[in-house]
Design a protein around this ligand. Structure first.
Ligand code: SF4
Length: 410
């Protein structure tokens, strides 16, 4: 969250809300102020109880700054990043290319926090879900989704990673939204999910990650600085060295951050979680639509496209008899022409306690035909890992005792 995030969060939390059915469900500006303070705390360098700086909470730029403040040359930041992310070392005493004096200096003022895999579940279809414990006991999930060619050889290794513990936006179909928001992840906590799962993919399937999507727990652009920094860590030579075009950062539709993402010409793909093609239906399932409706989204996306020349992927969960009618396909086709785009129709992993249900296969086929008849570039992403609760937040929600902050009341 950058310094002008206060206005955005206050706006999101109700100050300028239009009259919608959700208005009465939205908390007022005080809640926004608390969330803003949480965001500041989460993107500031993380200090341990003994006032040490967690080096993995620092963006690559801040790590360089930290080294400079310690009186070190800038290349030391690269060495440290290499030890932390490439060699997965968190003990300074084992960083053998640093002098003894420097190692002692770092021991005194810094530490390196790591995420700990505490549970894994493997689906019959090859999907593997991981649950990680963070240093403060919170848990987040990530999912490895392998695709195989006709001979059963691994073709694509996609990982879906988390960016926050919980989420404030409370979309009605989402398990993570039901937890409420606890805190942002640091850039290191985000990058480490991808780095750990890359090792697992190589071990289990003999092939490292080919694609990374930020579509796990949390709203990525609500944790802008750490999410973008994690992308730069993952694509750097001390991370996984992947092309930025292999990373896709999704958003529920935070207009200000979409514009910032465009102005900064971030090299990663952008996906927009649309899920309904009219304001009326989006209002019913996504509270964000009350402050950022489809008109606002169109303007933000056009600005992003003007700045970058890049297109967008619309993510569209298909719900039975909710957003799978002819009128929905027509509106979705219209939206798909705002800027160059493609549409991912996603088959929903049903979530306990959620009324919306995955669309039936015949309705999916009908909907896809309506889209292709209107020249929409659309693909289907089938639900994976149903037997292991692969929908994000489904495992972690069982572990979280108290409810975090949310823009939507219970
Ligand atoms: S769908 Fe995304 S933005 Fe909505 S509640 Fe879930 S994690 Fe948050």
């Amino acid at each position: 969250m950058n310094s002008s995030g206060l206005c955005e969060i206050m706006r999101l939390s109700g100050e300028k809300f239009r009259l919608t059915p959700y208005r009465q469900n939205v908390r007022f500006w005080r809640e926004g102020l608390n969330l803003y303070i949480d965001s500041i705390m989460a993107t500031a360098p993380q200090l341990t109880e003994d006032r040490k700086t967690d080096l993995k909470s620092l963006t690559p730029g801040k790590l360089q700054q930290y080294c400079t403040e310690l009186g070190l040359q800038r290349f030391r930041a690269d060495q440290l990043a290499q030890w932390m992310y490439q060699k997965k070392e968190s003990d300074f005493s084992r960083m053998t290319n640093l002098s003894k004096e420097l190692r002692e200096k770092l021991e005194e003022s810094a530490c390196i926090r790591t995420i700990e895999p505490v549970f894994r579940a493997e689906s019959a279809d090859g999907t593997i879900k991981f649950l990680y414990r963070l240093h403060d006991g919170h848990r987040v999930e990530a999912v490895l989704i392998p695709d195989f060619d006709e001979d059963g050889q691994p073709k694509r290794m996609t990982v879906c990673i988390s960016s926050q513990v919980g989420c404030v936006f409370g979309c009605s179909f989402c398990a993570t939204g039901k937890m409420g928001f606890f805190r942002n992840l640091t850039c290191g906590e985000i990058a480490d999910q991808a780095i750990h799962i890359n090792d697992e993919a190589e071990k289990v399937y003999g092939r490292g990650l080919t694609n990374i999507v930020y579509m796990g727990m949390g709203e990525p652009l609500h944790n802008y600085e750490s999410v973008v920094a994690s992308g730069h860590i993952i694509t750097s030579k001390f991370g996984l060295g992947m092309s930025p075009k292999r990373l896709t950062i999704s958003t529920v539709g935070l207009g200000k951050q979409i514009r910032q993402y465009g102005e900064e010409r971030q090299p990663f793909n952008l996906a927009l979680s649309l899920h309904a093609a009219t304001d009326e239906k989006r209002d019913q399932i996504m509270p964000i639509n009350a402050s950022m409706n489809l008109n606002d989204l169109r303007e933000a996306l056009k600005y992003y496209h003007e700045q970058t020349g890049a297109g967008v992927t619309y993510e569209y969960l298909l719900f039975d008899h909710f957003n799978d009618e002819e009128g929905d396909a027509r509106e979705l086709a219209r939206i798909s022409r705002w800027i160059p785009s493609k549409v991912n129709i996603i088959m929903y992993n049903n979530v306990e306690g959620v009324e919306l249900q995955r669309a039936k296969e015949e309705r999916l086929d009908r909907f896809m035909k309506m889209l292709t008849d209107q020249d929409v570039l659309a693909t289907v992403r089938r639900s994976r890992g149903d037997d292991i609760d692969a929908g994000c937040g489904q495992l972690a929600i069982r572990d979280q005792q108290k409810k975090g902050k949310s823009l939507v009341k219970n």
